[in-house]
Design a protein around this ligand. Structure first.
Ligand code: FDA
Ligand code: NAP
Length: 436
């Protein structure tokens, strides 16, 4: 017989902004004020909190208002707001004088670390969750066993039990078909770590594939960092397109848009994506586009062009040979192929959304799927399961098909975390699982 005191009420898998926001929502939940706090433990495979560290380029700014922080949209009076962080750092007045809604990614990372410092007692770092198992003995599943592997020097595996798990493992880097990572072939998600190890004096030409925000930021950074190098920006489009963050389009990221999306039919869902994909995917902030164009223009005036825009092109293959990478480019304009030799290739080719099937292990067959084979997800982000499962499996991410465009973004994390915390508390009250 399981002793319920051995079972965590919540185990969070991954500790990025989403689950940090959940930790805050649980801390501020009325269940805690009523003297019944919801116990939680979080497991993160990185050694410390790290939010896309390899893309913390010096001038990169957030793509979201500072008010869409970890807590404000759920609780504007939260002590974990970005405004309170600024106040604590003594920078509130300067921030306002700076007159921008969009802090640098470096500053936002500092904010995340500041908020995290209040929760470090609940987080185990260097701890990778490898699988979820059903409890031994059969019968109703009111908790699961979560296998956690230490990623540090003494990487032992342990098992923790949970009435609810919240999976928040983030986006998955996507390489172009047929191109494998190598010493000189990188995905943008590993950019800074690899770039710092490069002997930059020897670099004469760098190629960057993609026309999204990551690609444009990396092209600008490499151009500025290695003054002698030519940067080939290879993109399938004619040029970079702007990320639409104008007021009406931005409503797509409002909390109320989640209800609209969740409750509409497949045709309307399709329309959301068709009309508003350009708010986020394969698009670039106005400021970065203008920066790049200015640099290219200045080079033209000087007669020393270093930005080589290879538009309407895809890369068919890339192979590292010695210190060089040979690319085979396919021009969509002429339908011809050509070779290009570079010192480094960076694939800023985007990400796949979170897909938890493998992680869910023995629990996965108990999770229900729709006609297209996708997970069925309830409005409260709980995976729909067979009646034999009374524990909760919640997703923060990987819900684009049910909850819409903001699923992988920061826009809605404060509200979403509050909804998950409410759901967990309500299901406890209704004794769908018991902590007695
Ligand atoms: P995130 O990926 O941040 O965190 C997941 C965590 O889970 C990671 O720390 C990972 O190590 C950990 N993990 C994974 N598997 C694990 C396992 N098995 N066991 C334990 N831990 C595990 N969005 C936006 O709205 N505004 C913005 O400005 C940006 N900026 C931005 C920049 C860049 C470079 C990228 C690539 C993406 C963005 N985004 C964004 C989108 C991005 O998804 C978002 O900012 C957050 O990272 C989402 O937070 P999550 O906590 O959901 O995932
Ligand atoms: P993305 O927006 O998905 O862009 C990927 C780009 O790669 C697209 O232009 C895509 O073209 C292209 N591509 C994919 N496969 C290709 C191939 N085989 N050959 C040529 N081109 C190919 O990815 P991202 O730029 O990494 O952005 C991901 C998320 O991170 C977004 O939410 C973005 O806003 C965010 N981000 C934010 C910041 C910041 O906050 N400052 C910085 C970077 C990223 P197609 O469209 O034709 O597929």
């Amino acid at each position: 017989m399981e002793k319920h005191s051995d079972v965590h009420e919540v185990v969070g898998i991954g500790f990025g902004p989403s689950n940090l926001s959940l930790a805050i929502a649980l801390e501020e939940h009325e269940a805690k004020r009523d003297g019944h706090p919801i116990s939680a433990a979080f497991f993160e495979k990185q050694p410390t909190l790290g939010w896309h560290r390899n893309m913390l380029l010096p001038s990169a700014t957030m793509q979201i208002s500072f008010l869409k922080d970890l807590a404000t949209f759920r609780n504007p009076a939260s002590q974990f707001s970005f405004v309170n962080y600024l106040h604590a750092a003594g920078r509130l007045a300067q921030f306002v004088n700076n007159q921008s809604f969009f802090p640098t990614r470096e500053e936002f990372h500092d904010y995340l670390e500041w908020a995290e410092s209040s929760f470090s007692d609940r987080v185990s770092y260097s701890s990778e969750v490898t699988s979820v198992r059903l409890p031994q003995g059969g019968g109703p599943v009111d908790h699961v066993e979560v296998a956690v592997r230490g990623t540090g020097p003494r990487g032992a595996t342990r098992v923790v039990k949970a009435h609810n798990i919240v999976v928040s493992t983030g986006l998955v880097p996507r390489m172009p078909a047929g191109i494998d990572r190598d010493q000189r072939i990188w995905h943008s998600s590993e950019f800074l770590e690899k770039f710092r190890k490069l002997t930059q004096d020897s670099v004469k030409r760098v190629a960057v594939i993609g026309a999204g925000q990551s690609a444009a930021e990396i092209v600008r950074f490499v151009y500025d960092s290695i003054p002698g190098a030519t940067v080939s920006a290879i993109m399938p489009s004619y040029g970079y397109s702007i990320a639409d963050d104008t007021p009406f389009a931005n409503k797509i990221f409002d909390a109320s848009a989640v209800d609209d999306y969740y409750n509409c039919g497949e045709r309307s869902k399709d329309a959301f994506w068709r009309y508003h994909k350009n708010t986020n995917y394969g698009v670039v902030d106005d400021e970065v586009i203008r920066d790049l164009h200015q640099r290219a223009y200045d080079d033209e005036v000087r007669g020393t062009p270093r930005l080589d825009f290879v538009n309407l092109s895809k890369v068919d293959s890339a192979k590292q040979t010695g210190d060089k990478v040979r690319l085979t480019l396919h021009s969509l304009r002429s339908d011809e192929t050509s070779d290009l030799d570079v010192d480094v290739l960076i694939c800023a080719t985007g990400y796949d959304s979170m897909e938890p099937s493998e992680l869910l292990g023995e629990l996965e067959p108990h999770c229900l799927r729709d006609e297209q084979g996708r997970f069925r997800v309830e409005r409260d982000y709980r995976l729909a399961t067979g009646p034999e499962v009374t524990c909760g499996v919640y997703l923060q991410g990987g819900t684009e098909h049910t909850h819409g465009l903001a699923s992988s973004l920061l826009s809605n994390i404060a509200v979403r975390s509050g909804e998950i915390a409410d759901s967990i508390a309500e299901r406890r009250t209704n004794r769908q699982y018991s902590t007695a």
